[in-house]
Write a protein that binds this ligand. Structure first.
Ligand code: ADP
Length: 434
């Protein structure tokens, strides 16, 4: 017999022993019968009262506390209370799991839109909101194809062939290129994944521009070399000594130009594949700058005046060959873009913040302000023919910028057209060794 029946029997026995039996002994059988009826009515009222409390609780708010009952009702209320606790625990763990899932979906680098078979939006993460300029709250329940109306996208959805992703350039948010993938699941639902591939496209464009530039740069010297070689191969006896030596000189110049270009390309490629940080050597600044000065003077062949000023001996932390290439490029540019008779001043100075600055100042042709931000781009030249005439490859400052970035240094350019330029490499204090 369970506890509920036992409690009920105890209540009736208590009524009989405590009320009916004394009345029977004191007042006789009729009074005992009346006492029994009265007692049962009281018991019934009490049960109705407990039942009405239970009904009130059932109609009340979900989180209202269970009323405390007595007797058999206490058992019923305790049972209900236990069930309610288990149910709310289950709901809480479900809510927690849902919350965890939502947070994971929000953290994904891809956009996600869930829609039903009528293409009505069910849910989306913030990345998808950004990709398509949608709002998860406002656009829920809207038809996806009303919000993303691009014909290419609609045709892709209609075709239902989702093995290949769609490259989508119609994103509302600017000039973004998205890779879209549709994944049907669970019969009714479909996932739309979107990934921003704009940077990959940009890289691809840069790569093909670079190849086009390199081919273009190689094409003209190669045409000259091939042209003269063919000419001389056909009829080499028909030319005078002077003509022959002139043509061979041109072939030589153009071959040198191609070699310089290839060397610069190899330097750039080595810098790019050489890891994030260069080798760490002790680079004594003074002998390095003496070498740079010597090379610049040799290139100038007496056409310019030079000075080198070092305010205090210093040692840099970094890769000697990379620094030599960067400083050498700045000095050779000064020679190449400064007309005969000009001045070129190399200097090394400590800065107030503990860092140091290597500067190359010239009195050359200078650079107009609109060109300054682009000077370090590969193959960017202000005056293409002047650069070529002086043996430029258009890669010098790109190499400088790369080397300086690897050494946590910055390139600063001050220039005034017609008056001269100052190219400075600023090194932070922790690139200097004591
Ligand atoms: P280039 O081989 O053409 O010199 P760089 O990358 O070294 O290539 O330089 C890019 C361009 O910056 C040059 O073509 C030139 O127009 C300009 N430039 C660089 N250094 C100087 C300078 N000292 N004075 C004037 N112009 C300069």
């Amino acid at each position: 017999m369970n506890r509920a029946w036992l409690t009920l029997i105890w209540q009736i026995l208590a009524l009989l022993v405590l009320l009916v039996a004394p009345v029977l002994v004191l007042y006789g059988r009729e009074s005992a019968l009346l006492a029994t009826i009265g007692g049962l009515v009281l018991l019934l009222c009490w049960h109705f009262y407990q039942l009405s409390r239970l009904l009130r609780w059932l109609e009340g708010p979900l989180d209202s506390p269970l009323p405390a009952g007595g007797g058999v009702w206490e058992i019923a209320f305790a049972g209900l209370h236990r069930r309610a606790r288990i149910r709310s625990g289950q709901q809480q763990s479900l809510a927690d799991a849902l919350e965890r899932f939502t947070r994971a979906a929000q953290a994904l680098p891809d956009g996600i839109i869930v829609f039903d078979r009528h293409r009505r939006i069910d849910w989306m993460n913030t990345r998808a909101e950004a990709h398509f300029s949608l709002s998860g709250a406002a656009d829920r329940g809207q038809a996806l194809t009303n919000l993303i109306r691009h014909p290419e996208f609609i045709a892709y959805l209609d075709a239902g062939k989702y093995d290949e992703p769609l490259v989508f350039r119609g994103a509302r948010s600017g000039r973004m290129t998205l890779l879209l993938q549709v994944i049907p699941y669970g019969g009714e639902q479909t996932l739309l994944l979107s990934r921003d591939i704009s940077h990959l496209e940009r890289l691809e464009r840069m790569r093909s521009d670079f190849i086009a530039n390199v081919s273009h740069e190689l094409k003209s010297p190669l045409t000259v070399v091939a042209g003269f070689a063919e000419m001389l191969a056909e009829d080499h006896a028909g030319y005078s000594e002077a003509e022959l030596s002139r043509y061979l000189q041109l072939i030589n110049e153009q071959s040198l130009r191609m070699r310089r270009l290839i060397e610069d390309l190899l330097t750039l490629s080595a810098l790019e594949t050489g890891g994030d940080t260069p080798v760490e050597e002790r680079v004594e600044v003074e002998p390095l700058l003496q070498t740079i000065l010597g090379e610049a003077q040799a290139l100038s062949a007496g056409r310019h005046q030079f000075s080198l000023q070092i305010d205090a001996p210093a040692t840099l932390r970094g890769c000697a060959s990379e620094l030599r290439s960067a400083f050498g490029n700045l000095a050779s540019n000064a020679v190449r873009y400064t007309p005969e008779g000009g001045r070129i001043d190399l200097s090394w100075q400590r800065e107030a913040d503990g860092g140091a600055r290597f500067s190359v100042a010239d009195t050359g042709i200078g650079v107009a302000p609109q060109h300054l931000p682009r000077l370090t781009e590969r193959f960017y030249r202000v005056d293409r023919s002047r650069s070529r005439e002086t043996g430029g490859t258009g890669l010098g400052l790109a190499i400088v910028k790369h080397v300086l970035t690897r050494h946590h240094a910055a390139l600063e350019i001050d220039s005034e057209p017609g008056h001269g330029s100052r190219f400075s490499a600023r090194f932070p204090v922790n690139q200097l060794m004591q």
